[in-house]
Design a binder for this molecule. Structure first.
Ligand SMILES: [Zn+2]
Length: 377
């Protein structure tokens, strides 16, 4: 059984009408699910308290965020990462971020209590947030809050970051933690924000060889990406055997994403999600907590996250997108959607299968496995 977590309060996390991290993306997914005639049932979280955030964030930073969010003056706010295009100062942002963290935390508690083995949190995934700094649209690190809850209960946790950007905030918070494995698949930091996530970032101390980074070439397509899941993620989970898997399911590796350059199709996402679920069943005691994350193509992200929902709910993927939904959003956004959940075949066929990209990625997968070989005995 898969539990869904959501709150309308997530909409408080609205960084402005022009900001890419728009709540509209989630609204579109829920509207799509309802347009299929399905009953969108969810459990509503409460917001985490500022005190609960101290598990992963500095007290001083939390106070600064809460003050800025309430419209108060904060001296030197730029040192906390605010006042940038990515992280503008917006009223109510702290409460919104605490609701997102509350949702992911509720996901962790649901797994811990044994109430469900699979959870989708229809929000969260704020993987760039650091202990004392906002970064890359992210204020409070909901993923870290959830992971910490599970390790405090004695669990080992693996974190898999499918977002096209490196999951730097989560990695940093658990860099020397022997109970947490982090694996991030992303477009290489040579070309994309945040510029980190190299193969040699392996963790330190007790966390050594537990932090795995897969920097992918720009224009990597689905098959080469899926190979990373099979050649790196599968052996990592099989070796670590965690008590739960937390997945940041950013949809921004899609070919139409405006912020990045990978070339995955909706069909690829379906294959990847199915593979990840199989791995969770095989190596992670069947427990998986999926969050959303990045994903800025409004014509792709709702289809991809709806696919994740359908797969986890064990509902067959309908042949077509509901006409009513398609028309409504085409009008609202002035954009064209494909007829189905999948991307049309011509677009799929046109994706260049550049042998050198596939080869470079293969070398990367091998380098990762060589780097950890001595520790993964
Ligand atoms: Zn992203």
């Amino acid at each position: 059984m898969c539990r869904i977590i959501y709150s309308e309060k997530y909409n408080l996390y609205n960084l402005g009408p022009e900001h890419p991290f728009s709540p509209l993306r989630v609204e579109m997914v829920i509207d799509l699910i309802r347009s299929l005639g399905l009953n969108f049932e969810f459990t509503e979280p409460s917001a985490v308290s500022p005190e609960e955030l101290e598990a992963v964030h500095d007290k001083e930073y939390i106070q600064a965020v809460e003050d800025l969010s309430a419209g108060k003056e904060v001296a030197g706010f730029s040192k906390y990462g605010f006042g940038t295009q990515d992280n503008p100062i917006v009223k109510g942002m702290a409460e919104g971020a605490r609701y997102h963290a509350g949702g992911t935390l509720l996901g962790a508690k649901t797994l811990l209590n044994g109430d469900a083995k699979k959870v989708i949190q229809f929000g969260g995934g704020l993987h760039h947030a650091q202990s004392s700094m906002a970064s890359g649209f992210c204020i409070y690190n909901d993923l870290a809050v959830a992971i910490k809850e599970m390790t405090n209960a004695g669990w080992h946790v693996a974190y898999l970051d499918l977002d096209v950007h490196h999951g730097d905030g989560v990695q940093k918070m658990f860099y020397s933690d022997g109970e947490v494995m982090t694996i991030s698949l992303h477009e290489s930091g040579e070309f994309l924000y945040p510029g980190s996530g190299w193969v040699y970032e392996l963790g330190q101390g007790m966390g050594r060889s537990l932090k795995i980074n897969v920097p992918l070439e720009p224009f990597t397509e689905g098959d080469s990406y899926l190979e990373a899941v099979k050649k790196v993620v599968a052996p990592a989970l099989s070796w670590f055997r965690p008590d739960a898997l937390v997945i940041q399911s950013g949809a921004d590796p899609h070919f139409s994403d405006p912020l990045a350059d990978l070339l995955l199709t909706a069909q690829d996402f379906e294959k990847i999600y199915r593979e990840v679920i199989t791995l969770a069943d095989k190596h992670c005691k069947g427990r998986a907590l999926f969050t959303f994350g990045g994903g800025y193509s409004l014509t792709a992200t709702p289809r991809i996250w709806a696919l994740l929902y359908l797969i986890l709910k064990d509902i067959p993927v309908p042949e077509k997108l509901p006409a009513e939904w398609k028309e409504k959003w085409e009008k609202k956004l002035n954009k064209k959607f494909p007829e189905t959940f999948y991307d049309p075949l011509p677009a799929y066929d046109e994706i260049p299968r550049k042998p050198e990209i596939v080869r470079t990625n293969k070398d990367t997968y091998q380098r990762i496995m060589d780097s950890v070989a001595a520790d993964w005995l």
